[in-house]
Design a protein around this ligand. Structure first.
Ligand code: ACM
Ligand code: ZN
Length: 550
């Protein structure tokens, strides 16, 4: 390793020396608009010109690298109307070289990019790093590189720079609630594109909740025949929606087939985005009881809710063993669909009213020597964790899973502020920070008078940009448990894809920089300047956003 470091250092030194041999005008900070801002940039002179004679050099025998080389030339050949080829090697001097090079400093996702007059060299430890380096190359090119149409009469230049870059956090997530409103698979792919554009790497897919079950489970067809559908009350305020009437049919909703899910997961993988499925339990599950009432405490049949009613008391019975058979049957299929090592089991806002009155739940409390209903929830989650562990998966839950005692290897998603995350980190558990104050993108992003109806709250761009996932009260050892952060996009008040984009952007752009860029390189004024070009990229890509200035 020591030798490797010396070699790397020598190579880096050579790069620096060659960089300054570049010809042309000095490149300056204002010529460059990369978001998120890279860890280290050195500015050279002049630029690398891309034309039909340019070659991309990559290991064509490595399918993953070959695919990455293709993502680079596809955009160049379409938007820039060029005819660039991939070769394994060439004596041609006008080259963009993509290569894997062992360099532990770059970690799993970092890259090193050197742009000189005649050659561009992108190196990374792992393929994900090359992917992020390619995103940076796109952002170094004229903004029309993001255009779907061919754009002529432009010189396709990359300014001479040397960039050494890697993310601050390994967990850079975006959540999406598809229960309150269902969004088609094509949009899910677009959402993943937007995540990848921001060098984020987790898509948290909130697949089940009171307003609709969205994942096909072969063993339990009622979940998609019945629990996926509600009545259409879109003309009414979310909190004033009359439940389904006896003579009404539930026609509003939808679900993703297992085939669609597999395709989406594979698509996400090709963009280095991992998909975290969330299956809610024990609460936020009333839609399940529309099809399978036997798994609630009361056994009553419900219809799927077209809006929210509070309190939300219908939850899984924790005293009924067949509930666990049911959930394990579901999770077994979920596990087969999602290769990511984590499964999110919800755990938030479970109202315990029914458990207090349920003979089976009370009998479980007695038999298991539990103190109260909080400990019963802990029993529930621990039992599910045991199953997930037996299938080599790790459990994530919202911070309520701390109540009554945390399951042994659980990762905590801290949404009610940072405190849950702090408590979990101090107990030696991994944590993802997504406090409502900074990371709830269903909140208003500007004066409500100027905005479409939202759930409430106020989280403007500047607030997101000021987010620090590492609380001051953690010591160095405890800090290491904070894997990163994510934003949550709940969709009670967001009925269509364009509106999701509007709520997510540009706040997601700010969060991406929070989670990628070293803290000491974050600069709000400079970010706002770069945002203007990011908006132009969104325009070219057909992505909706709020034209936020603050
Ligand atoms: C949540 O917002 N209920 C996690
Ligand atoms: Zn019960």
């Amino acid at each position: 390793m020591k030798n490797q470091r010396n070699i790397t250092f020598t190579i880096s030194l050579l790069f620096v020396l060659t960089l300054f041999s570049c010809n042309g005008d000095k490149v300056t900070k204002k010529d460059i608009t990369i978001i998120p801002e890279p860890a280290v940039i050195e500015y050279g002179n002049g630029y690398f010109k891309i034309d039909d004679k340019t070659l991309v050099i990559a290991d064509t025998n490595n399918p993953e690298i070959f695919k990455l080389a293709n993502t680079l030339i596809e955009r160049l050949n379409s938007a820039a109307d060029l005819d660039i080829k991939i070769k394994k090697q060439s004596k041609n001097i006008n080259q963009i070289i993509l290569e894997l090079l062992e360099n532990e400093d770059l970690g799993e996702e970092g890259y090193h990019l050197l742009v000189q007059n005649n050659i561009v060299r992108l190196q990374a430890n792992k393929a994900a790093g090359l992917f992020y380096g390619i995103q940076t190359i796109f952002q170094l090119l004229p903004v029309d590189i993001f255009s779907y149409q061919k754009v002529n009469n432009i010189e396709w230049h990359i300014p001479c720079v040397e960039i050494t870059d890697k993310p601050r956090f390994s967990w850079r997530g975006m959540h999406l609630d598809v229960s309150r409103h269902f969004f088609p698979p094509e949009f899910i792919k677009k959402y993943i594109d937007i995540i990848a554009l921001h060098k984020m790497n987790i898509f948290h897919w909130h697949l089940t909740d009171d307003n609709g079950w969205r994942i096909e489970i072969n063993k339990y067809p009622g979940l998609t025949d019945i629990s996926a559908w509600r009545v259409d009350r879109e003309d009414k305020h979310w909190k004033e929606r009359e439940p389904q009437k006896e003579d009404e049919k539930a026609t509003y909703g939808g679900f993703y087939t297992q085939e669609e899910i597999r395709e989406i997961v594979e698509y996400a993988g090709s963009k280095y985005v991992r998909v975290l499925p969330e299956i809610e339990m024990p609460g936020h599950t009333s839609e399940v009881f529309a099809a399978y009432p036997e798994y609630s405490c009361t056994g009553k049949i419900f219809t799927v809710r077209p809006g929210s009613y509070w309190p939300n008391s219908e939850i899984f019975c924790a005293g009924n063993d067949s509930v666990f058979v049911f959930l394990e049957g579901i999770l077994s299929e979920v596990i087969n669909l999602f290769p990511f090592e984590y499964i999110h089991i919800g755990g938030d806002e479970a109202d315990k009213t029914r458990w207090k009155a349920c003979p089976k739940c009370q009998s479980r409390i007695n038999k298991e020597n539990l103190k109260d209903e909080d400990e019963l929830q802990s029993y529930f989650i621990k039992r599910i964790e045991k199953y997930l562990t037996s299938r080599n998966k790790k459990l994530i839950g919202w911070d309520e899973i701390l109540e009554g005692g945390l399951a042994s290897d659980a990762t905590v998603m801290s949404w009610r502020g940072l405190d849950g995350g702090i408590a979990a980190a101090k107990l030696g558990h991994d944590v993802i920070m997504c406090p409502g104050t900074h990371c709830y993108f269903d909140h208003y992003q500007a004066d409500p008078e100027s905005q479409p109806l939202a759930i409430g709250g106020y989280t403007n761009l500047k607030k997101v940009y000021s987010f620090n996932p590492i609380p001051k009260s953690l010591n160095k050892d405890e800090e290491a448990y904070v894997l990163g952060g994510q934003a949550n996009v709940w969709t009670e008040y967001i009925p269509d894809p364009e509106h999701i984009e509007y709520m997510a952007l540009p706040r997601m752009t700010a969060l991406a920089e929070v989670l990628w860029t070293p803290e000491n390189k974050r600069n709000w004024r400079n970010f706002r300047k770069r945002l203007i070009i990011q908006y132009e990229r969104f325009d070219r890509l057909g992505i909706n956003y709020y034209n936020s200035k603050q």
